[in-house]
Structures are given as structure tokens and as C-alpha cells.
Design a protein around this ligand. Structure first.
Ligand SMILES: NC(=O)c1ccc[n+]([C@@H]2O[C@H](COP(=O)([O-])OP(=O)(O)OC[C@H]3O[C@@H](n4cnc5c(N)ncnc54)[C@H](OP(=O)(O)O)[C@@H]3O)[C@@H](O)[C@H]2O)c1
Length: 347
């Protein structure tokens, strides 16, 4: 039995998106007392101190209410959120730029709205102040720009208008101490380098959706982070549903890969992982890779964000990141097949 990976509990972050979007386990709306309180309690019992949300998720009020109901002072936990991408009234030619696959998961009450991208200081201030009020604490541990690459893909991105003014405002509130860190919350790894070049000195943490199949690009981000002195947050380590599958992804019903429906090429890629992993669940591989990154790059890979509405699952995911075992021959085969970089430290 291999020794457990030493990852302190405060490196795990609980992702709040389902407090807003739901659904609750078994379907239906999320109820603060029934669903959010037990989830937050489990996270705190595990030693998790940081919670990750976004204006878009409509989840922060539920977190704040749960803390209030539990008598937990919000100033004793850390709260980080994401701005710009939020669901607002359709007006002034604003258009929806959620990926279609994600829209299906968004409750009816948020349909026919659009995600406005208001980078004026007043717009960003309004969004993050509302988050702070709903959460209930004093300062925000982080504010990330929420998915500028998605906006670019679907509605175009004019850096001077769509990014710079928001960053200028966030720099000013970081200087005043209201916001502790400026981040990114993105699904497109290559955006990190572009951002660092365009906004020198702004980035404190790059939150990137991550799974073993993008280890190559992730190692480059880690290198860049060490040089440029920012930290890396691994988000959504199952890449949507791709690493939860227990039958061959090639023939599986449609599933999400990096939060969009997997293409034929992505199915084939996942099928190669599945075949080589054999009896090792893909879920274990994803958790082990995230855990190994946290262990081997402790100054850079500082957060693993995970999320569920099932308390026992949170316990399981934290345990897996520390303990999931991938047999040496599986690592060797993944490396030989070019699915895991040869230099990746596997123990
Ligand atoms: N662009 C962005 O900024 C961005 C994008 C994605 C994610 N995020 C952040 O990352 C957080 C986590 O995202 P996520 O929940 O989508 O991540 P994830 O870790 O990829 O989880 C996705 C799926 O894995 C399932 N799962 C987890 N443990 C499992 C197990 N033991 N067995 C079977 N299935 C299991 C979950 O099911 P259940 O939920 O049913 O347990 C869920 O359907 C979000 O809350 C957010 O904070 C940010």
C-alpha cells in the first residue's frame, strides 16, 4: 500500500455552483437547510476553509444563509468568486454565450436571460459587492474573470473593452485590501499566457479546468506560474463527466468533456485512457494526478476545487486525491502511449 499523499485540507476548495444551479440530489430545487447546510458542514469538518463561487452561479446567497444558520462567522472562511459572466436581462444587443451543453443544466428561471459582460468599474463593483453582501464576510479572497475565452468563442473579445477596464478596477480594490487576489476562471489553458503578457503583474491565481489529458499544457502553465509568481487552481478535476465514466467512452451516451459535449475525437482519446486504466477507475486517475500536482508543486498548485451536493462524495474525492492508487504498469503504459508526459512524477 503506497503512502498517502500529504495534502493539507486547506488546499481543497469547495465549488458552490450547484447551490445555485442545482439540481438537488434526486432532482428539484436546492434547499438551504436540507442540502446546503449538510454540504457546508461536511466541508468544514474535513478542514476545508475556502469556497469558490461566481456571480453567474447564483449560489453565494445560499452559502451565506447556510453559514448564518450554522452560526459560522463568514470571516473565518475564505471566499473567492468570479465576475463578468452573469445572467442578466437581455438588453442592448447582449447575447448569450454559455455553451449549449451547459445551458441545458441551467434552471428554467435563468433561461431567456443573457450573460452581460459589463467591465465598467461600476458594473464590476456592483457584481462583486453583491457577492460580498450575500456571502456575509468582509473581504473577498479572490475575484476571477469568468471565462473570457468562452466569450471570445461565442461573441468575440475586444481586450481593451472587455478585459482591461475590469482588471484596472480589480487592481484598485486589491490595492485597497477589499479583494485579496485577482484570478482567472477558464477552460482554455492557453489563455493564461496571453493574459500574463497583456496584463503584467495582475494575475495571482489561474483557475483552469483540468484533467490528466491536459497534463502537457498544465505543466507549461506550472512553469510559467513559477517564473511569473502566480498560483494555479485546479478546477473540475473530472472535466465535467469525462473521468466519471465506467464504461468505454467510445460507446457511451453523450457526456461532457471540459463542459461541452465530447466530440468523436475526445471520445476516442478518453477510450484510450479507459482501456489502459483497465480496472483502475478513471475517477481515481483524475484524483491521483491532481493530488500528485499538489504534492510536487506545493508553491504553485495551491488549490484543488471540487464540488458535489452529496456529502459522502466530497469525503471520497478528498480521500482519493490523497490516496487513489494507480498501479505502476498503468502509469508506464499511459506514458508509453503519450497520454501522460514522461517527466510527470507518479509517486
Ligand atoms: N470556467 C470556470 O471557471 C469553471 C469551470 C468548471 C468548474 N469550475 C469550478 O470547479 C468546481 C467543480 O466543478 P465540477 O463539480 O463540475 O467538477 P468535477 O470534479 O469535474 O465534477 C463533475 C462530476 O463528477 C461527479 N463526481 C464526483 N465524484 C464522483 C464519484 N466519486 N463518482 C461519480 N461521480 C463523481 C460529480 O457528480 P455529483 O455532482 O453528482 O456528485 C459531477 O457530475 C465548480 O464548482 C467551480 O467552482 C469553474
Amino acid at each position: 500500500m503506497a503512502a498517502a499523499r500529504e495534502i493539507s485540507s486547506d488546499r481543497f476548495v469547495f465549488g458552490c455552483h450547484r447551490f445555485g444551479f442545482g439540481p438537488a440530489p434526486g432532482g428539484g430545487a436546492v434547499d438551504v437547510e436540507r442540502h446546503v447546510v449538510p454540504m457546508v458542514k461536511t466541508a468544514l469538518d474535513l478542514g476545508i476553509r475556502t469556497f469558490d463561487s461566481a456571480v453567474l452561479y447564483r449560489a453565494t446567497l445560499q452559502l451565506g444563509r447556510a453559514l448564518d444558520s450554522m452560526g459560522v462567522d463568514p470571516r473565518t472562511i475564505r471566499f473567492q468568486t468570479k465576475c463578468l459572466r452573469y445572467l442578466g436581462l437581455k438588453a442592448g444587443g447582449a447575447i448569450e454565450h454559455q455553451p449549449d451543453a451547459l445551458l441545458q443544466g441551467i434552471p428554467r428561471r435563468y433561461q431567456n436571460l443573457t450573460d452581460k459582460w459589463d467591465t465598467t468599474p461600476a458594473g464590476v463593483e456592483q457584481q462583486i459587492c453583491r457577492e460580498r453582501i450575500e456571502f456575509g464576510g468582509d473581504v473577498l479572497h479572490g475575484v476571477a474573470l469568468h471565462d473570457p475565452p468562452d466569450k471570445e468563442k461565442q461573441a468575440g473579445l475586444d481586450w481593451a473593452a472587455d478585459v482591461s477596464p475590469a482588471i484596472a478596477y480589480l487592481r484598485s480594490v486589491r490595492a485597497s485590501g477589499f479583494v485579496e487576489r485577482i484570478g482567472l476562471g477558464i477552460k482554455e489553458p492557453s489563455f493564461v499566457e496571453r493574459f500574463v503578457k497583456a496584463e503584467p503583474g495582475a494575475l495571482d491565481y489561474a483557475g483552469v479546468t483540468f484533467c490528466p489529458s491536459i497534463l502537457g499544457p498544465m505543466m507549461s502553465i506550472i512553469d510559467l506560474a513559477a517564473r511569473e509568481k502566480f498560483q494555479v487552481t485546479l478546477m473540475g478535476i473530472n472535466y465535467g463527466q469525462a473521468f466519471t465514466l465506467t464504461s468505454d467512452p467510445l460507446h457511451h451516451a453523450p457526456f461532457l468533456y471540459n463542459y461541452e459535449v465530447a466530440t468523436a475525437e475526445e471520445r476516442a482519446l478518453m477510450s484510450r485512457f479507459f482501456t489502459i486504466c483497465g480496472s483502475t477507475p478513471l475517477l481515481h486517475l483524475a484524483a491521483a494526478v491532481a493530488g500528485l500536482l499538489a504534492v510536487h508543486f506545493p508553491d504553485v498548485v495551491t488549490q484543488i476545487v471540487t464540488s458535489t451536493l452529496t456529502p459522502s462524495r466530497l469525503v471520497e474525492t478528498v480521500k482519493s486525491a490523497r490516496e487513489a492508487h494507480v498501479p505502476a504498469p498503468v502509469w508506464a503504459e499511459l506514458k508509453a502511449a503519450g497520454l501522460v508526459p514522461r517527466e510527470f512524477p507518479t509517486h
